[in-house]
Design a protein around this ligand. Structure first.
Ligand SMILES: [Zn+2]
Length: 437
């Protein structure tokens, strides 16, 4: 019998984790953290006979891994693509640095995890037990991201072929190619699919890029600063590449990159042959200026320039420093390139034109932002039309379970798959198990 249990990431974005068991073989796919709500970590699971596999480095998939892969009781190997291995090292060390005592793990767990991490290339099956193997497939979400195909064997029935998409994108971006079609995967018994944007379609990337470039250009040409608050992993590097690719259209101004985005860019440059946009990113990064300290920041603000700095939702990070400086300047602009979740400073900025920021002397004050604020949909998650198209190509007649989305998105996608396409589909709930006999 093969059993699949949902440990987290159901009816929400955050703390994703799914366990597959077949006899003594056990594999957990992702073990992430959540940044809001009360359950910040997934449900616990025994570390006995456990192997862990990571789809990609984002902390909502990786942030609780030290709790299991850092186990001091059992050795729990972790598998990921080579690029994800480097990124997760950076992000977990940063999490230790920022989180300190508030975390449920310590440095020794992270060190054990890093010691037990192995790399696996796309498309190369790994037999972790006579009755279980898994394969990483390019998920098209960020460089190094993977979906996971788990295949189990059983005597007298109960074998299963399970696809866990992780975070998925089927559209090509400047950095990565969209995920491959399901048509070539053979018959599946279960598909676990993300639902982040299951209720909306994204505009075409080309149109988004054009609008973004036009906004940047108008600020720069009037002598302002363009601040692009950005997620550090993936988005910042895509924006850097987009800007560089438009230099020939007259947007040839200094580009600065700051904070964690800088370190991530360096790692992606080292692995630039492993993803399709690597060459162009390398070129763009070599022309950009990497901010090292406050005097670099001051210099960056002294001339018309574009500054890419985390955090994407303006919740901390060096973006806040720049925003404090340009808030009163109507020639400048703040170009938001990611979803601003309700309750974040970025969402408040869009709604009210005001933003609470920590000042130079650690005092907290609300700034009225005169700089122009605009949002651009550079999402790296599959939209509604595309996820339906992706799933329609599946072979066999699998059950489909939705997760990694607001409750309404998970439910809506399951309902559509059920009513319009005849799949047995439902929104997964935390703690739910499904068995194949
Ligand atoms: Zn992600």
């Amino acid at each position: 019998m093969t059993k699949v249990t949902f440990l987290g990431g159901c009816h929400r974005v955050g703390a994703s984790a799914v366990l597959v068991e077949q006899g003594a073989a056990r594999v957990v796919m992702d073990y992430g953290t959540a940044f809001n709500g009360t359950s910040r970590v997934p449900l616990p699971t025994s570390t006995r006979n456990l192997t862990s596999v990571l789809t990609h480095a984002h902390l909502d998939h990786s942030g609780s891994l030290p709790l299991i892969t850092g186990s001091q009781n059992h050795r729990v190997p972790l598998y990921s693509t080579p690029l994800t291995k480097e990124l997760v090292r950076l992000l977990l060390m940063d999490m230790l640095h920022i989180g300190g005592d508030s975390l449920a793990f310590e440095r020794k767990e992270v060190q054990t995890l890093l010691h037990n991490t192995h790399t696996l290339e796309y498309g190369k099956p790994l037999q972790i037990h006579p009755k279980m193997r898994f394969t990483l497939l390019d998920a098209g979400h960020i460089p190094g991201s993977a979906s996971i195909l788990v295949e189990t064997e059983a005597n007298g029935g109960g074998a299963a072929r399970i696809l866990y998409t992780g975070d998925l994108n089927t559209t090509d971006t400047r950095l990565v190619k969209g995920a491959q079609t399901l048509r070539t995967l053979g018959d599946l018994d279960l598909v676990i699919v993300e639902s982040t944007y299951a209720r909306e379609n994204h505009p075409s990337r080309r149109k988004v890029e054009e609008a973004f470039i036009e906004s940047a250009r108008s600020s720069i040409e009037s002598g302002g600063t363009v601040l692009v608050p950005s997620f550090a992993v993936g988005r910042a590097q895509e924006i850097l590449t987009v800007l560089d690719q438009h230099r020939h259209q007259g947007l040839d101004y200094p580009i600065f990159i700051d904070g964690m985005a800088r370190k991530v860019t360096r790692i992606l440059q080292q692995h630039n042959k492993s993803f399709i946009g690597g060459f162009n990113l390398n070129k763009a990064a070599n022309k950009a200026s990497f901010i090292r300290n406050n005097s670099d920041r001051k210099a960056a603000l002294n001339e018309p320039a574009i500054i890419i700095a985390p955090a994407g939702m303006l919740k901390g990070g060096t973006a806040q420093i720049y925003l404090r400086n340009i808030a009163a300047d109507s020639r400048s602009s703040v170009l938001l390139v990611g979803k601003q979740l309700p309750g974040t400073p970025g969402a408040e900025l869009i709604e009210s034109g005001r933003i609470p920021l920590i000042g130079k002397h650690q005092e907290f004050s609300t700034y009225q932002v005169k700089a122009r604020v605009a949002s651009f949909d550079f999402s790296c998650h599959v939209g509604r039309q595309d996820v339906l198209h992706y799933l329609k190509q599946v072979q066999g007649n699998p059950s489909i379970l939705t997760m990694h989305g607001e409750s309404a998105s998970c439910e809506n996608l399951a309902l559509t798959l059920n009513e319009q396409f005849g799949f047995e589909a439902q929104a997964a709930t935390c703690g739910q198990s499904i068995s194949f006999n």
